[in-house]
Design a protein around this ligand. Structure first.
Ligand SMILES: [Zn+2]
Ligand SMILES: [Zn+2]
Length: 396
């Protein structure tokens, strides 16, 4: 079967759906309209639909006519708290809320893929479990779905596939690589406790602001001086400083420093956490302050299974020219599909959406973010063919 040709027949439908979602974005765990539309569409295609998983999540199951593996296909549904800056007729109708990451496109692709597979149910040697995830943008939606039993559902999943529309790649290309492909992300909050007082009598205080200045410098030297360059790319950024009082004549009692670090493996992440704790403690101690350090790990790195990548890439090679397939390098962005890939072998691949000639080249999470919608056919064609490789082996 020509999966691109079938996806192309669904292109207009995908554009309509994507634009509808784009006009009506909803934030994490508030995807009520979005998830009921997904649930209704999937039920109409013959999927067995469960709603209310992780509040607004949807899981749709299609049992093939013959036995075989169960494949998870995942899309995410939430938008971002961004005011869209666009003249497009399909721009967001919700003030301060926008699909600026492409999840609207992910849902359109997922529905088209679901349809292409449902049309072949009689030939299917295996099953499809389509997972529509709420709250991907830092809300921990996937972990909540897993808490609600996603990975224990029967029959248990054998392979997990997902994609992200990707602005660093040009439309017409796909990025796929084995191993860690997206970083894990952690956030830290350090409360520097001093002793406040009159700004004209600093000798009577223990100044947490001066201490925080030293600490920020020290934190920024961890990656360059403490981490092994061979352990893969690492980033640590201090992103916020907040004093307990904010005026010219008071030395505050406390200063709170916030930031993030990103790594490609659990070992590096643990090491970084330890360094953040040690550096905070020793810098604060040296000037008489104390440090209260909180670290929260938001996502683990997204790691693609070598064998699944090999198999899926072989399918893509039949559909695309070699130049269109990019063994894409790591990205420091994160995605909580990582928690599924931690349990089930699978792949997360990237479908290019930028087009300089059409002025579509703003990054994800930008108020002018948009996609070349030709990527929808590309995404649905690739995702359905990758699934077919496991459950419709004679069709690819
Ligand atoms: Zn995003
Ligand atoms: Zn995203």
């Amino acid at each position: 079967m020509d999966y691109f040709a079938r996806a192309a027949q669904l292109q207009d439908q995908m554009v309509t759906i994507r634009r509808d979602f784009h006009q009506h974005p909803e934030l994490g765990f508030q995807e009520h309209r979005t998830s009921s539309m997904m649930a209704e569409s999937l039920a109409a295609m013959g999927y067995n639909v469960q709603t209310g998983i992780a509040k607004t999540g949807v899981v749709a199951f299609l049992e093939g006519a013959h036995d075989g593996p169960t494949i998870i296909l995942r899309c995410d549904m939430d938008a971002l708290p961004i005011q869209e800056m666009s003249d497009a007729p399909y721009r967001s109708q919700e003030d301060g809320c926008m699909h600026a990451c492409g999840h609207d496109g992910h849902m359109a692709i997922a529905l088209a893929t679901a349809q292409i597979l449902a049309e072949q149910r009689e030939q299917m040697h295996g099953n499809v479990r389509l997972v529509c995830q709420p709250g991907e943008e830092g809300h921990g939606g996937m972990l909540r779905m897993i808490d609600d039993g996603l990975l224990e559902m029967e029959p248990e999943a054998d392979i997990a596939l997902g994609l992200h529309l990707w602005s660093p790649l040009k439309v017409g290309t796909v990025g796929i690589a084995a191993g860690a492909t997206m970083s894990g992300s952690s956030v830290f909050r350090i409360k520097v406790q001093g002793k406040g007082g009159h700004a004209a009598m600093p000798h009577t205080t223990i100044d947490p602001v001066a201490c925080a200045g030293q600490l920020i410098t020290a934190l920024h030297t961890i990656v360059g001086r403490k981490m092994n360059a061979m352990d893969g790319a690492v980033i640590l950024s201090v992103t916020g400083v907040q004093t307990s009082t904010n005026t010219h004549n008071i030395i505050p009692e406390t200063v709170e420093i916030t930031g993030t670090f990103r790594t490609f493996n659990a070992y590096t992440s643990e090491l970084l956490e330890q360094h953040v704790r040690d550096v905070s403690r020793s810098v604060c101690q040296s000037v008489g302050c104390t440090a209260d350090v909180h670290v929260r790990h938001l996502t683990i790195p997204t790691v693609n299974d070598k064998e699944v990548v090999h198999r899926v890439k072989a399918v893509f090679s039949k559909m695309l020219n070699a130049e269109q397939i990019i063994d894409r390098p790591h990205t420091m962005a994160s995605d909580d599909f990582s928690y599924v890939l931690d349990e089930i072998p699978g792949v997360y691949f990237f479908v290019g959406i930028s087009n300089d000639e059409r002025g579509i080249n703003f990054s994800h999470h930008h108020p002018r973010f948009d996609m070349d919608e030709d990527a929808l056919t590309m995404g649905a064609g690739l995702l359905s063919a990758a699934t077919a490789a496991y459950i419709l082996p004679n069709t690819v």
